[in-house]
Design a protein around this ligand. Sequence first.
Ligand code: PEP
Ligand code: MN
Length: 343
Amino acid sequence: MIIIMDPQATVAQISRVLRAVEEIGFQPRPSHGKNGTVIGVMGAGDNARLRELASLDGVAEVTTMNTPFKLSAREYRPESTIVELSGGRLGGDDFIVMAGPCSVESHDQLFDAARAVRAAGAVVLRGGAFKPRTSPYSFMGLGEEGLRLLLAAKRELGLDVITEAMAPDQVALVAKYADIIQIGARNMQNYALLEEVGRIRKPVMLKRGMMSTVEELLLAAEYIMSNGNQQVILCERGIRTFETATRNTCDISAVPVLKDKTHLPVIVDPSHAVGVREYIPAVARAALAAGADGIIVEVHCNPAEALSDGAQALTPSMFADLMETLRPIAAAVGKNMAGPQEG
Ligand code: PEP
Ligand code: MN
């Protein structure tokens, strides 16, 4: 259920309703927006008593939500959530490009890629320190050493950093180093992990599971948000279909669907969606044209030597070319290409 307050409702009237919701045994989650306050009602209890709150002063409507997801729903919070980054506002008018290698492999490999993506205009550096690999015999990442290198690159180059946490007991460590914590596709329904990142106060990028629906993605976001962390970024990274020409199938239509159904920022990962270097720039451009708030792209200075995902790594010059072709599309769809901090 949600309680929609009159746009003119006073603070006292809102407080009165919040108390009443608690008295009936539910948990109120107010969202204060430009057009007034909407109170999400969480928990299970006596819905009839809840409906009676419609008679309280300042209440416009008590209504059932039409969607199984609640805190992430645009119905509950019409205004877009903005994740403030040092390079721009994700979810607002800015188009945010995150780029870097699949894995952090060494100091020089990371810094070379970081300098290249920064020079081309990326504002967030990506790089995995803890890698979820399909085979247990593949490179697993440098662990904390990788996190230290990411932080060093952030300090030297003024980029925000995104990196993955794979298990609940890694979250505090990753949060010490990263600006955005990534939850990978394979972990989209790792509920203990979602709850743990729900308890921290740093942005979380939640990737869509490769066999998950949009609704399941939003319900996974609810696990994070209902634990208190509202800074959730959703990422379409391709889903499994019968098609084998690409690594996955980029569900580009998920972008307008998500932008309609949720107030959370939406980005696309064309690298894992497509998996084939040559086809990635076109899908990156499609993401921007479809209304995404950003992209996350893998870039490596020497893809042939990459320890993971070399086939989908853009070279620095391919990435720089992509950035130039994004600019006119951004202008056409009313987005501003964010750039790295000066200095
Ligand atoms: C990644 O971004 O490094 C990654 C492993 O992606 P995904 O979880 O989408 O497979
Ligand atoms: Mn990868």
